[in-house]
Design a protein around this ligand. Sequence first.
Ligand code: SF4
Ligand code: SF4
Length: 185
Amino acid sequence: MENAMRIEPTWLATVESESGVKVSACYQCKKCTVGCPLTFAMDIYPDQVIRLVQMGQRERVLACNTVWVCSGCETCTTRCPNAVDVAGIMDYLKETAIRSGMEIPQPKTYVFHRAFLNEIRRRGRVFEAGLVGTYLRESGELKAKLEDKTLGEELALGWAMFKKGRMRLFPKGIKGKTEIREILK
Ligand code: SF4
Ligand code: SF4
């Protein structure tokens, strides 16, 4: 509750200047939240995240699980009548929470997020088999699946995807990796 009341009046200006998103344009119509497919798993709704940023409630926003539940589908951004890039703000808040050393409320999602970005940095695109392997190892899921003997289900899924040409055995890079690394700095 203490965090909920703490106000940082300059934070809105910081968010707008660092993210390039005009959060102050939001007039709380809630069209973003109504379209979001993941509100059932969120502790505060997307329109509330935007409102709390406007109010300078930095710690409350950076500690919420909504930012980590967000899949980046961009439905909210598409629906906003004021061109507020809500999905872009969710990404910005993820990175800000990490940089600030906040405790991440969804540690496994954070492992996935980090593994995904590392794949992009390394190859310019995601190598799915590498991503799954890193996630299983670093999230603790590999150990859990070995213990409860469900790893075979993952391997069967991977094999089915491979047969349909949806998963490669070896990674493939793209041209322009250096530029992509620059964007992700
Ligand atoms: S980008 Fe995130 S907040 Fe926006 S609609 Fe998709 S899941 Fe919801
Ligand atoms: S749709 Fe846009 S204007 Fe409406 S509440 Fe969401 S961010 Fe604000």
